[in-house]
Design a binder for this molecule. Structure first.
Ligand code: ATP
Ligand code: LTN
Length: 339
């Protein structure tokens, strides 16, 4: 398969501009994106087509889309090295998604955990069909770039399996067209849980106040949220899969994902300390992550035209690759080429 940028294998990933990005998005996705950008030819997308699978206010969506792109850069994605772009700027995403939707078995789509979670408690008539077809669009995002690696949090692993199954099906029916992608989860932080409800994944679109730490939360506010995080009455600081210890486990996981220290040395460090100390130290390392990111974010937002020029270059670079793959898929499936 053709590889751009020397002979580096490709990476593609994306985040929905469906709210304020959280520390879960950072530790599960962005931090890995930064870590792989010199070794791979990376494409990072703001997936606005995915965001509209649930209702978004137009002005908000536009604002969140720019904000998300700025956060990618502020978190350490270097636009000189990686390609940053907006999904809806490249029509090939929608076009390939349609082709893949026609090949995606309904049963597979209905069995997706994210689809089941997002539609539970809703009346059939209020669920947009985009939520069902969401995984075909995600498969299109990945396959258009012939990506070999997809860095995501572990809630996306099922979608990656689906993408691989669909790619295999297409290649089998119509000849070798797509590269088979692999998932990449971080060693620590693949699933950060809600501070208020440590048995549920931290999510940017959750309403409650003490649920998520947002990357643009002022540091004092983030500290307060950590101070209020749900813990337990065991008075023991260790990693644990036990549901009743999920709050402490989550704080330790945040600490581990930020510091990259091994679990044993983290447990040893906290062995003679209390929950108050743990919260304070987690808050310190979260603050050390947020402060420089926010400073860079402010600069970017004040630099007129810069962000738009990054997205324009991204659109051109990504568009060229996506168009070439789409053309190949269209030919292989039997569409008559326009003369
Ligand atoms: P929404 O609440 O709008 O569905 P979300 O917060 O779950 O959004 P996504 O846009 O779906 O975020 O996710 C973008 C990336 O961030 C994905 O790679 C996803 O796996 C990762 N991610 C999201 N939440 C977490 C989390 N709590 N822990 C680790 N990774 C996460
Ligand atoms: N479904 C992902 C977002 C997403 C994505 C992608 C991730 C859309 N397209 C392509 C990786 C690669 C989510 O996090 N909810």
């Amino acid at each position: 398969m053709a590889k751009a940028n020397g002979n580096k294998p490709r990476v593609l990933s994306g985040i929905q501009p469906s709210g304020n990005l959280t520390i879960g998005n950072y530790l599960g996705a962005l931090k890995q994106w930064v870590a792989v950008q010199r070794e791979y030819d990376c494409f990072y997308c703001v997936v606005d087509l995915h965001a509209i699978t649930v209702a978004q206010a137009p002005a908000e969506l536009r604002r969140k889309t720019r904000e998300s792109a700025a956060i990618y850069i502020a978190a350490g994605i270097d636009p000189e090295i990686s390609t940053i772009f907006v999904q809806s700027h490249i029509p090939a995403h929608s076009e390939l998604a349609w082709i893949l939707t026609c090949m995606a078995p309904l049963g597979w789509l209905q069995r997706m955990t994210q689809f089941k979670d997002k539609t539970a408690k809703q009346m059939q008539d209020s669920i947009g069909a985009g939520l069902l077809n969401y995984p075909s669009l995600m498969a299109a995002d990945i396959l258009l770039y012939q990506a070999e690696l997809v860095p995501v949090g572990d809630d996306q692993n099922q979608h990656l399996e689906f993408t691989r199954d669909l790619a295999q099906r297409f290649n089998h029916l119509y000849g070798e067209t797509f590269t088979m992608p692999s998932v990449m989860n971080p060693q620590a932080g693949a699933r950060i849980m809600g501070l208020d409800r440590p048995t549920a994944k931290m999510s940017k679109s959750e309403e409650s106040d003490n649920h998520a730490i947002f990357l643009l939360d002022d540091v004092g506010r983030a500290r307060k949220k950590i101070g209020r995080a749900v813990t337990d009455s065991f008075r023991e600081i260790r990693f644990s899969e036990d549901k009743e210890r999920a709050g402490i486990n989550n704080l330790l996981t945040i600490y581990q994902a930020i510091t990259d220290e091994p679990r044993a040395s983290i447990e040893a460090h906290f062995s003679d300390k209390g929950y108050g100390d743990l919260k304070r130290e987690v808050a310190d390392c979260v603050a050390d992550t947020l402060a420089p990111l926010q400073a860079r974010y402010q600069e970017l937002m004040e630099e007129a035209g810069y962000l738009d020029s990054v997205l324009k270059i991204g659109r051109e670079k990504a568009g060229e690759i996506a168009e070439a793959t789409l053309k190949k898929a269209q030919e292989n499936i039997g569409f008559l080429a326009p003369s």
